[in-house]
Design a protein around this ligand. Structure first.
Ligand code: HEM
Length: 305
């Protein structure tokens, strides 16, 4: 593996850690730890005499700032190491673009005060949008690392059923993630005991929590059937490993989700659930890239007697 490829995987791993820390900020109600100030913290560059919430929020800003710099370094390195029109360059450009939008969504959350104890529909939309952007960001960093490690580029056009099936899997996984983000908001507001500050919205958010597990269980059948069909249509050792691994981990995640509900979603369990989600997403992205880059299996010609 080249030094660039190692760096790209490291950038991906680091970003996953930053995402987990972001969930910790939400789960502990620390999103307003720097007031409604961004990029400064309570109007100061380095907060003086900080509270625990300020420390949590400020450390998220520092760690996500480093994630931004890593993606920027990946972009510069990609342009120095790869020739014009190389697919790794495109992956790095798109990673940088979605890193910028990720920072803007994070800044928007703080500036519009959709954090901490805010109980509003707008906050639910922001949470879902944040997760969507996070997934797209991880998708492009993963593809950059995968292509830099020798993964073949694939055409998007002319993929027929395979194109629709892989896109469907990515779309459905995103839908589970976004519904999970809304569920996580409901649970957080319950833990912070602030539902009564806006009971109509609060109770609706709590009632919406049932959709996330329902979607996850329903989509399990799509994943099992469609991913197996894709593996058989376009077989390769990588596709088999990732396809089977993904489905096993997905089933384990269903169990963890159940445990999450049973334990009433403690913070550590939320972080485990989110970590498994990110691993599932990365596996699915590489699986789809492998399938789309593999030629369909030739069907044997019918034997004439
Ligand atoms: C494999 C399928 C699943 C995936 C990919 C998934 C993904 C997610 C995601 C991304 C979140 C938001 C995390 C955050 O923003 O911090 C979440 C939250 C949640 N999920 Fe799931 N989930 C799955 C299955 C389930 C199932 C089956 C249940 C329940 C039976 C469940 C229960 C919960 C609960 C209670 C939360 C809110 C607390 C938390 O953030 O952990 N999940 N899920």
């Amino acid at each position: 593996m080249t030094r660039f490829a190692k760096f790209a995987w490291l950038t991906l791993g680091y970003n996953v850690l930053v995402i987990l820390w972001g969930a910790f900020v939400r789960a502990t109600g620390s999103g307003a730890g720097c007031g409604s100030h961004w990029p400064t913290c309570n109007g100061q560059i380095i907060p003086r005499d900080p509270s625990v919430e300020t420390l949590i929020e400020f450390s998220h800003r520092l760690t996500s700032g480093l994630a931004f710099l890593l993606v920027l370094a990946m972009l510069i390195w990609a342009f120095r190491a790869y020739p014009r029109k190389h697919i790794v360059r495109l992956g790095a450009v798109l990673s940088t673009f979605f890193m910028i939008t990720e920072a803007l969504v994070g800044a928007g959350l703080v500036l519009f005060e959709r954090v901490a104890t805010d109980v509003s529909y707008a906050r639910a939309v922001w949470m879902a949008a944040h997760l969507l952007n996070t997934f797209i960001l991880l998708l492009f960093i993963t593809l950059t690392a995968w292509w830099a490690s020798g993964g073949a580029r694939f055409p998007l056009r002319g993929q027929g059923w395979t194109g629709a099936a892989t896109l469907g899997a990515l779309f459905l996984m995103t839908l589970i993630g976004m519904s999970g983000a809304v569920t996580a908001l409901g649970d957080t507001l319950l833990h912070l005991d602030v539902i009564h500050t806006n009971p109509v919205v609060g109770e609706t958010l709590l009632a919406l929590r049932i959709y996330h597990p329902t979607l996850a269980v329903g989509i399990a059948f799509y994943m099992l059937v469609v991913l197996t069909r894709l593996m058989l249509d376009r077989p390769s050792p990588t596709a088999f490993r990732l396809g089977i691994g993904f489905n096993l981990l997905y089933v384990a995640q269903l169990g963890l989700g159940l445990l999450n509900v049973w334990l009433k979603a403690p913070v550590w369990m939320q972080l485990v659930h989110l970590l498994i989600t990110d691993i599932l997403w990365i596996m699915l992205v590489i699986f789809c890239a492998t399938i789309l880059a593999t030629r369909p299996q030739e069907k044997p010609a019918p034997v004439r007697v």
